[in-house]
Ligand binder design. Structure first.
Ligand SMILES: Nc1ncnc2c1ncn2[C@@H]1O[C@H](COP(=O)(O)OP(=O)(O)OP(=O)(O)O)[C@@H](O)[C@H]1O
Ligand SMILES: [Mg+2]
Length: 325
């Protein structure tokens, strides 16, 4: 057996697969590599296989096939050693409502063999890290959703893990609490902890992650830095709001444009992928006018991760509407 070193990647998975009883193929042959020091995002819609992947990487669920290492330790061959090197904050938080934040953290320290004054000091340090010192001696049932998340984050850190897994750390939080969590994740990462997080939010992946993979129906469909993924789109998107206009005749009227790569029909709109958005608009307006087709409006946008998602999966990321609202 090889010995894990600090040079091993934070996460390395090969052909990782999980099939549930009844034949649900939740995760289908995923290859994944998260480098040390990275914040890596796993972006995908409901049911994509994010939590199933995280649970396998955290030794909570045995893979059906394939292999995975965290911090160089095989999760199947040596789950106890793997668990010592990782911290995890799962999607469903399980906090004891009558415990205080401080009590919870000291108890969590005890589970990792940190006792007495060392436990008290560690709990205090973590309460400071996640900004919960003032609420530390209140019962967790009085905490807001954001405070509960931050406490959960702190409790994943008691044993100073090398790799931190966060499953949808900001789902259901208001925008301000979301920003607070992002700051904390950045701070934890700056302290040397590698982070792998799952999210349904494009903005979270874009703002927070050094690299990301988009997962859809159990498969990774695209992977890269947010900047490179967007640059690879290589064109602008002109969005024509149909406002009741017929899809096919609108498409036909616009026809072939210079630099047009493709047309995607969305609900109530046509998305035209072109090299030069602003230059295309005038031509689109002229052609629609010639055919007397009235549309709701025309807008041009630079490529976003939303467009990367659409191109990789053929759909928009539905869960993100919550953020846009
Ligand atoms: N224990 C289980 N038994 C059977 N099917 C399961 C089980 N756990 C998950 N699944 C199925 O596996 C697929 C992937 O689920 P998973 O929870 O990994 O998705 P997810 O990307 O985390 O979604 P969400 O964003 O909603 O949390 C889904 O179709 C889900 O219904
Ligand atoms: Mg999930």
């Amino acid at each position: 057996m090889s010995i894990a070193t600090a040079d091993d990647p934070a996460v390395e998975a090969r052909g990782l697969r999980r099939t549930f009883k009844g034949g649900v193929e939740a995760v289908r042959d995923i290859d994944l590599r998260v480098e040390r020091g990275e914040i890596f995002g796993f972006l995908g819609p409901n049911g994509a296989g994010k939590s199933t992947t995280v649970r396998m990487l955290c030794t909570l669920l045995p893979p059906t096939a394939g292999s995975a290492k965290v911090a160089g330790v095989d999760v199947v061959a040596d789950p106890a050693e793997a668990r010592r090197r990782i911290g995890v904050a799962l999607q469903e938080i399980g906090l004891d409502p009558v415990q205080t934040g401080r009590e919870l953290l000291e108890l969590q320290c005890g589970l990792y063999g940190i006792q007495g004054s060392a436990a008290r000091a560690r709990a205090q340090e973590l309460l400071e890290l996640v900004g919960l010192t003032e609420a530390a001696d209140r019962r967790t049932k009085t905490y807001s959703g954001g405070m509960k998340r931050r406490l959960d984050l702190a409790s994943a850190l008691v044993h100073s893990p090398e790799v931190l897994f966060l499953d949808e750390p900001t789902t259901g939080l208001d925008p301000a609490s979301r920003l607070t969590i992002w700051d904390e994740v950045r701070r934890i990462n700056a302290g040397g902890t590698s982070v792998m997080l799952t999210t349904q939010y494009l903005e979270e992946a874009d703002q927070l992650c050094d690299r990301l993979a988009i997962i859809d129906a159990g498969r990774i469909v695209v992977e890269g830095t947010p900047g490179r993924l967007k640059a690879q789109m290589g064109h602008d998107v002109v969005s024509v709001a149909l406002n009741g206009a017929d899809v096919e005749s609108t498409k036909a009227a616009i026809g072939e444009l210079p630099g047009l790569e493709r047309v995607v029909v969305e609900s109530e709109a046509l998305a035209l992928y072109v090299e030069d958005g602003p230059a295309s608009i005038a031509e689109i307006v002229r052609r629609l006018d010639r055919q007397r087709i009235r549309v709701g409006g025309i807008a041009v946008a630079r490529p976003s991760l939303d467009d990367v998602f659409l191109r990789s999966t053929g759909r928009r990321l539905e869960g993100d509407e919550e953020v846009a609202a």
